[in-house]
Design a protein around this ligand. Sequence first.
Ligand SMILES: C[S@@+](CC[C@H](N)C(=O)[O-])C[C@H]1O[C@@H](n2cnc3c(N)ncnc32)[C@H](O)[C@@H]1O
Length: 260
Amino acid sequence: MILENKDCLEFLSELDSESVDLVLTDPPYYIGFDGGKGWDSQWDTEKDYLDWCMEWSEECARVLKPNGCMYVWGTTKTDTFLKYKLDVLNSLEDMVYQSWIIWSYDWGGRTKKNFARKHEDLLMYSKGKEFMFNRDDVRIPYIMKKSVRKGVDLNPLGKIPTDVWPKNNHTTSKEYAGWHPTQKPIELLERIIKAHTNPGDVVLDIFNGSGSTTIACANTDREFLGCELDKEYYDKSLQRIDELVGIKKFTSNKLIDILK
Ligand SMILES: C[S@@+](CC[C@H](N)C(=O)[O-])C[C@H]1O[C@@H](n2cnc3c(N)ncnc32)[C@H](O)[C@@H]1O
């Protein structure tokens, strides 16, 4: 594991091109939701934010190996994420749009004036048209016992998930750190990691927050490479990682070669 308390652009500039197997990251969304710390509202204009997104996204595409995948979390609460897709991700050389995944949940307060927003979005691009998809490693149980249309037995290994992923986290989860406002469910991160990498492969998260991606890597025997700018989050994430999986679980020799 290599996890540094650093700005993402500085960290990325130290990485070799085509050195990571998967980019899985969760940037600030520019909606002002950051627990009062200011990291989600540090840009004067949307254009400034998108220009910054272009810088780190280009760098992520550079360090990704050919046929590797890049996942970026976001929200359609405002149109900024759509602009990020159209103006930034779609313009990256060699990156091919593959999936738009919805993470849905059902906790927390809800408005009485409309249908409450209870989902976040996740975009997936591959570097080149081809990419690895370990479908048997991510199957989930069927609800039915037999195929409704044909009446035959279903695959005992389960079904391949669709692009809608229901998963409650936070108050219902023992892994919830409780101090980071935008923590992602470890189980869903593990699904992505298992689908597109093999054990020992390198996963990059440049906005590591409370350390969820690092923990998902430990649980799936992948190497983790990443950074987090906020010192308080960084320190607490190290503690969380150690408590849940043990820092010693990681070996970092392979990663040293990737850092210049
Ligand atoms: C949406 S949160 C990620 C949450 C994470 N997925 C989790 O499960 O805990 C974005 C994170 O990016 C960090 N951040 C903001 N600007 C950064 C920068 N320039 N470089 C590195 N990290 C940054 C914030 O401190 C915040 O923790």
